[in-house]
Design a protein around this ligand. Structure first.
Ligand code: FAD
Length: 362
């Protein structure tokens, strides 16, 4: 099997202070790390990185099974070296495979092909482009849309720097990244659908959906994130921002699937048809006047849901506002005792904060 290889020599004033913490950090991300005589080797999936000190220089060898994986590896190494080197800002220049990448391999420019409102507050935008099949995976459901800075007359697209990191022609006015879910795909037509919540206090994502016109170009990066894990019994929970993900997963479940799905929406006008298997009980929770992100509807409904106690393999998936995410995650872990492999709970947005601050500490 072909291996893709890149190498960089990096001058670090105190290599131990950078490479050690970087390796520890990678362990938190599920990597395995070995250290022999000052040589660190980090393995993650099929990829691996080797750090060797040679005089005043640290040589980094990165190897991966595909060019795309090598791109992520180079980016991971470069961003963490810059992070752990403090203000030092060491020069990083990769040689080898991937040196001629013009654009990030997970970046595509898509075109708005259709717009329709599914419900009063949910707008479906159909995007077309080449290689749509790369988004047809249930293990990575979302992508980032790149909403252009309003002061730019023309869209700017990312390139890849010699250090492996994304570069912008005008970094001060780089696009806003917002996460959305691939709701459905039509591979024959070369299109995918994204369902946008048209929310109050519109940020770049919601505003894009309000103003998009057929023919507009939009940059996307992805697919990414976690997805569905096979189980005997499922719990799905989410507000309208997670509705597209839940609907897509429900539609793809096998015929005999069992479980419960809880979807919170503004009111009955936001309920939409979802193709649900007979063994899944779908309940809609309406806020009926309460503002999004202010209720305990989802957390309470999960608390009231009996889980099977017959040894069934359980998988719980939830996506919602940050406070609900905290309540649900803590309930599933502490009171239901679900392990790491048995749940995926994600903050999809945060009241009063922009999409790039969702994970930030309060
Ligand atoms: C993995 C993932 C997948 C997602 N998929 C989808 C999807 O398919 N469809 C979708 O619509 N959203 C989706 N979201 C949520 C979406 O990214 C956020 O709602 C994002 O904040 C919207 O960006 P914005 O630019 O419109 O608003 P921002 O600039 O991020 O925020 C501006 C203001 O709007 C508020 N706000 C943000 N979202 C909402 C909301 N839903 N209701 C009320 N107020 C809000 C914020 O609290 C803030 O005060 C997803 C999020 C994640 C993490």
């Amino acid at each position: 099997m072909k291996e893709f290889v890149a190498r960089a020599h990096i001058a670090l004033a105190d290599p131990k202070a950078v490479i050690g913490p970087l390796c520890e950090h990678m362990v938190e991300h599920g990597a395995e790390v070995e250290e022999h005589g000052g040589v660190h080797v980090v393995r993650h999936g099929g990829a691996h990185v080797r750090f060797v000190q040679e005089g005043g220089s640290t040589t980094v060898d990165a190897r991966a099974a595909s060019l795309e994986e090598l791109y992520y590896l180079r980016m991971m190494v470069a961003s963490h070296i810059l992070e752990f080197a403090g203000g030092q800002n060491p020069a990083i220049e990769w040689s080898g495979d991937g040196g001629d990448l013009q654009r990030p391999p997970n970046f595509r420019i898509l075109q708005v092909a259709g717009i329709r409102d599914v419900t009063p507050r949910m707008r479906r935008i159909t995007l077309s482009g080449e290689d749509i099949a790369r988004f047809a995976t249930l293990s990575a459901l979302h992508l980032n849309i790149l909403v252009q800075h309003p002061d730019l007359p023309e869209p700017q697209w990312p390139t890849v720097g010699a250090n492996g990191l994304i570069r912008w022609p005008d970094p001060q006015r780089r696009p806003f990244f917002r996460k959305y879910t691939v709701r459905s795909l039509d591979l024959a037509a070369g299109t995918l659908d994204i369902d946008f919540v048209l929310h109050d206090d519109a940020g770049p994502g919601s505003a894009f959906a309000e103003t998009a016109r057929p023919g507009d170009r939009i940059g996307v990066v992805g697919p990414g994130g976690g997805g569905l894990v096979e189980a005997d019994w499922y719990l799905f929970a989410g507000d309208e921002t997670a509705l597209p993900a839940i609907a897509r997963m429900l539609e793809q479940l096998p015929e005999g699937a069992r479980g419960r799905a809880l979807i919170e929406v503004a009111d009955a006008g936001e309920i939409q048809p979802i193709d649900c298997k007979a063994g899944i009980v779908l309940d809609w929770l309406c806020r009926d006047g309460a503002a999004a992100g202010t209720t305990r509807l989802l957390a309470d409904a999960i608390r009231d849901t009996p889980f099977p106690e017959d040894g069934s393999k359980i998988f719980a998936w939830a996506g919602c506002e940050f406070e609900a995410f905290r309540a649900i995650r803590s309930h599933l872990r502490q009171e239901r005792g679900l392990g790491k492999e048995e749940h995926l709970v994600v903050a999809y947005w945060r009241l009063g904060r922009g999409g790039d601050e969702v994970g930030a500490e309060a």
